[in-house]
Design a binder for this molecule. Structure first.
Ligand code: THU
Length: 139
């Protein structure tokens, strides 16, 4: 595994730790995510599936839910997703919308797998022209 920048290492470790708790008996795909908020704190999440299938909650949304429960309104400065997949998985469309609500203007998303493969992209690049609170004049 390539040497990681210390800031990414912390997110990677938090996402991997959360991933271990993934409840994914239907897809057998364990996903972990971690976000760093403006406060500097890191919050992890994992995917939680449901026998109704459609009720599945992605790891990214789990991490955001935990952060909002702890801090209230958040700004996401960095996000990392980890799977065992090659290439690493990006956030799904629904998660991109939820991330948009709280994304810092320069949010970077790190897509990683357990082997340490890393693709880092600007959130803007994977969610151009997002619908955000500004459209409702709520910012
Ligand atoms: N999943 C995530 O947790 N995050 C993503 O970005 C993509 C998909 C989950 C949902 C489901 O539990 C499993 O991965 C397969 O789609």
């Amino acid at each position: 595994m390539k040497k990681m920048a210390p800031s990414i290492r912390k997110l990677f470790d938090a996402a991997k730790k959360a991933r271990l708790h993934s409840y994914s008996p239907y897809s057998n795909c364990k996903v972990g995510a971690a976000i760093r908020t403006k406060s500097g704190k890191i919050y992890g999440g994992c995917n939680v599936e449901n026998s109704s299938y459609g009720g599945a909650i992605c790891a990214e949304r789990g991490a955001i839910q935990t952060a909002v429960a702890a801090e209230g309104k958040i700004q996401i400065r960095e996000l990392l997703v980890v799977t065992d997949a090659n290439p690493p998985w990006p956030p799904c469309g629904l998660c991109r919308q939820i991330i948009s609500e709280f994304a810092a203007p320069d949010l970077t998303v790190h897509l990683m797998n357990l082997k340490g493969q890393q693709i880092s992209v600007a959130f803007d690049a994977i969610m151009p022209q997002a619908f955000t609170p500004e459209h409702l004049n709520k910012e």
